[in-house]
Design a protein. Structure first.
Length: 386
């Protein structure tokens, strides 16, 4: 019974996500579908679900302990991470397409928004978690600048920075839009392939780049975001026709994709590594299954958004600091005494992780805004001087 009570957390997240939503009936559609506002709402949903995913990993010891239905959240992390990758790619392409001189100052504005909270949280993690993991002085400096990650969830920031830079290079210097997309797709596939070949990080620091399946098993969804943005008008017209049939079809397809992905990761997986057997085939099979699942999940979510407009004051406010929520929560996931060897009850552990994460994310957001305003003002002065 206590384990079933844990389902209150995903239920509350769904309530926060869906509160105030407007459903469009008949031939009418949500004209704000896939917009920036809708994207931020879905990213809040994703950030809150990622916290649940990570805390469930702790209390179930990565599925070794059955906690009932909530145990399934061990597998759901890729779905919520794919939301961030999708809307990153989608937003970049739309901005480049619709805003004049979008690429002017692109790297400064984009990178500063993700690297400032990244650097601040690196210092926080170094202070709180570093003493138990750092054995060499050089790792203090590599951890501050993010070359090794105390916060292993910060892999997303490394990936997205690399993809931002690649996007800028290819869209700035390609002869056509299609050529830029092809180059970026090839680059991303190579990027994923290299990460797959590197295997897992078995060092004491356990924070080296591109080592571990989480570094690459959702990255290709960034490209999906760009493709959907390019074909947005046609896809919305297609999605609105025979809508109920398409919704049922994708719901069934999503269910099938989930169980297929689970089967492949359980029977092949990313950890079939031993001396003389790096497990590349097993990793590739698992990656293909998870990529299919993430694609179907994103398309299903977009289809829902065609007829449902999400948004409420809580979502709009939290949407400003979804990156901060994502970056800060792992401190509390790791430091609170939960799990098989811990003393804290599961309900209390998850609730406190959310509480502390949201409070600290707000503080971090305020600090980030202050620093970004200073940097932006100095950048503007330099621009005016030239």
């Amino acid at each position: 019974m206590n384990d079933q009570m844990l389902l209150i957390f995903p239920i509350l997240i769904f309530i926060i996500f869906a509160a105030g939503a407007k459903i469009f009936y008949g031939g009418s559609i949500n004209t704000e579908a896939w917009s920036v506002g809708q994207a931020k709402t879905m990213q809040v949903f994703a950030a809150l679900m990622i916290i649940l995913h990570h805390t469930v990993q702790i209390i179930t010891n990565y599925t070794r302990i059955d906690k009932g239905l909530i145990t399934r959240w061990n597998s759901f992390g890729i779905l919520f991470t794919s939301i961030f990758f999708f809307f990153s790619g989608f937003g970049l392409f739309k901005g480049c397409k619709e805003k004049e001189n979008y690429l002017n100052g692109f790297l400064f504005h984009r990178l500063s928004k993700v690297l400032i909270p990244f650097m601040i949280t690196n210092i926080i993690y170094l202070i709180t978690i570093g003493p138990t993991r750092i054995t060499k002085l050089r790792h203090v400096f590599t951890s501050i600048f993010g070359f090794t990650l105390m916060n292993t969830n910060a892999w997303f920031i490394i990936n997205i920075v690399i993809l931002y830079i690649a996007f800028y290079i290819f869209f700035r210097h390609s002869r056509s839009e299609n050529a830029a997309i092809i180059k970026l797709t090839v680059f991303t596939i190579i990027f994923v392939g290299i990460s797959l070949l590197l295997g897992h990080d078995k060092s004491a620091v356990r924070g080296h780049w591109f080592m571990g399946e989480w570094w690459y098993n959702t990255t290709l969804i960034f490209i999906l975001g760009i493709i959907v943005a390019k074909c947005e008008v046609q896809l919305k017209v297609f999605a609105s026709k025979l809508y109920p049939a398409k919704l049922i079809f994708f719901a069934v397809l999503l269910t099938g994709s989930y169980f297929l992905s689970e089967y492949l990761t359980q029977h092949f997986g990313y950890y079939a590594e031993w001396e003389g057997h790096p497990g590349y085939k097993e990793k590739l099979i698992s990656l293909l299954g998870q990529t299919l699942l993430c694609i179907v999940f994103i398309l299903f979510l977009l289809l829902i958004n065609i007829k449902v407009r999400f948004g409420n004051p809580v979502n709009r406010y939290l949407g400003k600091m979804s990156y901060e929520i994502y970056l800060i929560h792992d401190i509390f996931r790791r430091l609170l005494p939960a799990g098989p060897d811990g003393t804290m009850p599961d309900m209390e552990y998850i609730a406190l992780t959310y509480l502390f994460s949201l409070i600290c994310a707000w503080l971090l957001y305020m600090i980030d805004r202050f620093i970004l305003r200073i940097i932006a003002a100095k950048h503007q002065k330099k621009s005016d001087a030239h």
